[in-house]
Design a protein around this ligand. Structure first.
Ligand SMILES: [Zn+2]
Length: 173
């Protein structure tokens, strides 16, 4: 999983974007725009708010995966959505896996999913979930950067850029 690893969608190269790809990205963006994303971003708070928005309880858990290469799973029951993330996944990968799994959910893919690190390029639902994950993460990264900049009083952005982490140089910083 991850940006750049999907290089083929139904035999087409993604970097030669077709109308279908553009259309799909727009669909993802319009879904993402409706999501209850707050800053500073916190994954569990987001999943709780998402569940509330969709009338489901979202349960996030870690799972032992052995050598199967499984990275995540998503199972929906009537009122609960279970998200499983490989126990060994580091925090940034956890966010990616969760983004992928909720992609299956929010894109209305039918059934339950057990997903692997290496997405099969022949599986349309896996490709779509992966693209959704990339777009959601880019959206949250951009929002986080905007939020961080807004936290600085006017003029402090330049000061911070000049002094970096040496905050003590700024008398009231
Ligand atoms: Zn998947």
């Amino acid at each position: 999983m991850g940006a750049g690893r999907i290089d083929n969608i139904q035999g087409r190269k993604l970097n030669h974007a077709t109308n279908d790809d553009v259309e799909f990205c727009r669909r993802c963006e319009s879904i993402i725009a409706t999501l209850p994303i707050r800053y500073p971003f916190e994954l569990r708070a987001f999943l709780k708010a998402l569940g509330k928005q969709r009338g489901m309880t979202v349960v996030l858990g870690r799972m032992a995966t052995g050598r199967s290469g499984t990275s995540g799973l998503m199972m929906r029951m009537r009122t609960e959505c279970l998200l499983g993330v490989a126990a060994a996944a580091v925090p940034t990968h956890v966010f990616h896996i969760v983004s992928h799994e909720i992609g299956h959910w929010l894109l209305d893919h039918p059934g339950d999913y057990v997903c692997r690190r290496r997405t099969s390029t022949g599986n349309q639902h896996e490709l779509e979930a992966e693209q959704f994950a990339d777009l959601l993460q880019a959206h949250v990264r951009a929002g986080t950067a905007r939020h961080r900049d807004r936290q600085l009083p006017p003029g402090r952005t330049a000061l911070r850029a000049a002094f970096g982490a040496r905050r003590h140089l700024c008398a009231d910083g």
